[in-house]
Design a protein around this ligand. Structure first.
Ligand SMILES: [Fe+2]
Length: 592
């Protein structure tokens, strides 16, 4: 039984293939077309997934699309009458959705009737919930999708048991924790899609101020009819104008329209910050309050969810589930003892969720798969890597290139990191989701406080307030962090133990936390070996890990890794079994 999940015409377009209940491949379209958060139809992602599964489009039994135009039809019609332009936009998307079969046929150059698969529509949040529960290790769990907006709802909760999910409640448009965060993010002068995560980093530099205002901007829902919250709509515009999301440059990068009203400025003490204006302490404090209020509401919802379900485990998805700072507080502030966050908790993950919704919920098949690693994307052969090197400037001289057996490769790579150099680390299959987890990573020495500034200046060109993340040997987590619960997908932030903070200053955020990746030998043997070797050489079982890119989607092919290495000031690159260094060999590749 072969199921193709497709997230199309929506940010983070993606595809996934599930064969007989096992995930075979999952990837975002942005990795191929090189447009961050790309929307549109994910033809290349589908092509890759089918190739990885060794099947043709004609052999697919089911196609699952995570959108149901008929969900919350009453609410949609109510707003369509009030917002005709918004209704027109949605109608256009609907037309595209009804043409998924045709789009697939066109992409694969076959007649639509040659596609034998049954097509399914799965409601957005049910696909989110399925993406986390059906691939989690839990037999029973509480489920929460905390999100911006999808199928006219922002959040949904339920319970999962065996191969069934039961939906209990949802919060409908216009009330949305994700849109709340986006609106205040815009007010603070960060206007790009995805900038919410920058503001989450900024929040650690402030002290919450005007909390009473934020408690009006997002209010706990008093009627008990939902488990959550409502927005103080005076501070927003999206309920009047529609949540405008357009796709710049012909259906590519998503762009959000302005969502906050003049009232927000009045209540928060001044006009919105323009992107080019300097960041002041007031902005940091407002970011801290934004985050603090999110945590109050999010953790409050989780407490209610725990009380209603009596579950000890919770599965999280939706864009808000990427708030690793809030997630890290779940263990102390809710009764939940176990947490699973899908590595692609945002809308990319809908492709996997929709496919598993069909397999488990619709076809009632038993669960046999746990997503315990995130390496579901493309891999390139040694020959392909060699060809990419031969075709690049690396072959023109001035670089030291060595093919090394694994122990030697690890020894030299770890010593390069320990010498304070920046190392590109490219191995195996690409990660699913927005985090680099040791296959498409840039790694550096966590012991050096200056590494953050060096990485930013030489390679990443990011705002200085954004933290870098640590990868730690899973078995050492409790020695270095105040929590030891696994965080394999970098979706939880824990406090670094106070006595360890000055040992790993580079990936320790200003508030003493780290958005850690716990690395097991089973999930990624080579990355585990690298960190183990770094520990052997330095006594520290941690490396700084940031994604292998420079303001672009994470590199996918070896050509892109080489290109990023060559155009930035990275010192060395490990590409499969090859070590490439840009300076005179002995100075970089010391033989420790
Ligand atoms: Fe979503």
């Amino acid at each position: 039984m072969k199921i193709l999940g497709i997230n199309a015409y929506h940010g983070n377009a993606s595809a996934a293939v599930v064969c007989d209940g096992r995930l075979v491949a999952a990837v975002e379209e942005e990795r191929f077309n090189r447009v961050k958060y790309a929307a549109g139809f994910p033809a290349e992602a589908i092509r890759y997934c089918l190739k990885e599964a060794g099947i043709t489009l004609g052999e697919v039994d089911h196609v699952a699309v995570p959108r149901n135009p008929y969900a919350r039809l009453g609410t949609k019609l109510f707003y369509a009458i009030r917002m005709p332009s918004f209704a027109r936009e949605r109608a256009k998307v609907l037309v595209k959705f009804t043409g998924i079969r045709e789009a697939l046929a066109a992409a694969f150059d076959v007649h639509p009737q040659k596609i034998k698969a049954t097509f399914h529509r799965v409601e957005h949040h049910q696909a989110h919930l399925a993406s986390s529960f059906f691939v989690s290790p839990f037999e029973e769990a509480a489920l929460l999708s905390a999100d911006g907006l999808g199928d006219f709802a922002s959040s949904m909760w339920g319970t999962g048991r065996g191969n069934r999910m039961e939906i209990n409640d949802a919060i409908a448009f216009p009330h949305s924790l994700g849109l709340y965060y986006s609106a205040v993010t815009q007010y603070l002068g960060f206007l790009k899609f995805g900038d919410e995560y920058k503001v989450m980093g900024l929040a650690a530099y402030g002290e919450p101020e005007r909390m009473e205002a934020f408690r009006e901007i997002v209010q706990f829902s008093p009627n008990g009819g939902t488990f959550g919250f409502k927005l103080g709509l005076d501070y927003f515009t999206h309920h009047r104008t529609g949540p405008e999301m357009s796709w710049a440059e012909s259906d590519k990068t998503p762009v959000l329209g302005r969502m906050f009203s003049e009232e927000m400025g009045k209540r928060l003490g001044g006009p919105a910050r323009q992107p080019e204006e300097p960041l002041e302490q007031r902005h940091r404090n407002l970011a801290a309050a934004l985050q603090a209020r999110l945590e109050e509401v999010y953790l409050g919802m989780l407490r209610k969810l725990a009380a209603k379900t009596k579950a000890k485990a919770v599965c999280l998805s939706g864009g808000v589930a990427f708030n690793c700072v809030a997630n890290g507080k779940i263990f102390d502030q809710t009764p939940f003892e176990q947490v699973y966050v899908h590595p692609a908790a945002g809308d990319a993950g809908l492709a996997v969720g929709a496919a598993y919704y069909i397999w488990n919920q619709i076809l009632k098949k038993p669960r046999t798969f746990v997503m315990d690693h995130a390496y579901w994307g493309p891999e390139y052969t040694k020959e392909e890597i060699r060809r990419a090197m031969d075709a690049s400037d690396v072959a023109k001289g001035g670089y030291c290139v060595m093919e090394l057996p694994e122990p030697e490769l690890m020894r030299r790579a770890a010593s390069i990191i320990g010498d304070g150099k920046i190392l590109g680390w490219y191995q195996g299959r690409a990660e699913w989701g927005p985090r680099a987890l040791g296959n498409r990573s840039i790694v550096a020495d966590p012991r050096r406080p200056e590494m953050k500034e060096i990485l930013n200046r030489r390679i990443k060109h990011r705002e200085i307030f954004r933290p870098f993340a640590p990868s730690i040997l899973a078995e050492k987590t409790g020695e270095w962090f105040e929590k030891a619960h696994p965080s394999p997908f970098m979706t939880l932030a824990y406090a670094v133990r106070p006595e360890k903070r000055d040992k790993i200053p580079a990936p320790t955020h200003v508030d003493g936390t780290g958005r850690l990746q716990t690395v097991t030998r089973e999930a990624n043997p080579r990355y585990h070996a690298l960190i183990s070797e770094f520990e052997r050489q330095t006594g520290v079982p941690v490396v700084l890990n940031t994604s292998f890119n420079d303001n672009e989607p994470i590199v996918c092919r070896p050509e892109e890794a080489l290109d990023c290495f060559l155009r930035t000031k990275m010192d060395a690159l490990v590409l499969g079994d090859y070590l490439i260094a840009r300076t005179e060999p002995r100075s970089v590749i010391s033989n420790r």
